[in-house]
Ligand binder design. Structure first.
Ligand SMILES: [Zn+2]
Length: 223
């Protein structure tokens, strides 16, 4: 994701010069992989057999197949912020920045709460919110594309509660959606629904921490 996309094209499609990375020709069409943006983080792995494929995601939890116990183990293996662990692809498969914002909003939990300090009832809340949010969006996006190959794929979706909605009203309480900015990313949350009204403001934290102001969520987790 980020800037990588798959497209379905006519067989023997010409690979576009700047964005094109590879095309896979099939009798009934070509699967074209493109990457826009300057960072070029896409990678392709060639493996043979299921066992070889499994080595690529060893230890990563397939979230929709996970039990509450498996989820709890993965979540609390290290004491990190919820935002950081939910978006870590070496812990959970396929959540990412947008859906982690939506999951935390549905769970009514702060993105900066620490995993090992979460009481069991809140871990259950987070597990349920993860399953419900991802299933909700799977169903919605499948309906939207109705068997067609999905084009114009984006992480921002109409109908999201907080992600990409800074300053817009929370659909549940009407409070303006907040943000925490770090590196080239941002986290959106509702202070009323998720942090008992407390603002996780960049400015007050930076005043408190001065030159120790964390530049990334990773640094914030390590404080
Ligand atoms: Zn709210």
């Amino acid at each position: 994701m980020i800037a990588g996309r798959l497209h379905w094209r006519e067989t023997n499609v010409k690979i576009p010069g700047k964005r094109g990375i590879a095309a896979f020709d099939f009798p009934h069409g070509s699967l074209l992989l493109t990457e826009s943006g300057s960072k070029k983080r896409a990678s392709l792995h060639v493996v043979q057999g299921t066992a070889a494929l499994d080595t690529l995601h060893r230890g990563v939890l397939e979230i929709l197949k996970a039990t509450l116990a498996e989820f709890t183990t993965a979540l609390t293996r290290q004491n990190r912020t919820l935002k950081r662990v939910l978006t870590d692809p070496s812990v959970f498969s396929g959540i990412g920045n947008a859906y982690s914002d939506e999951i935390l909003h549905r769970a009514r939990l702060s993105p900066l709460a620490f995993t090992q300090k979460l009481p069991p009832e809140q871990v259950k809340q987070l597990y349920d919110a993860t399953q419900n949010t991802l299933n909700h969006w799977l169903q919605r996006l499948r309906e939207r594309h109705k068997g067609r190959f999905p084009e114009k794929v984006t992480a921002f979706q109409d109908g999201m509660a907080v992600h990409g909605r800074f300053r817009q009203p929370c659909p549940d309480c009407g409070s303006p959606v907040q943000r925490i900015r770090y590196a080239s990313n941002e986290t959106n949350y509702c202070a009323t629904c998720q942090t008992a009204g407390r603002l996780l403001a960049d400015r007050s934290l930076s005043r408190l921490l001065r030159s120790d102001w964390p530049r990334s969520l990773e640094e914030l987790s390590n404080l």
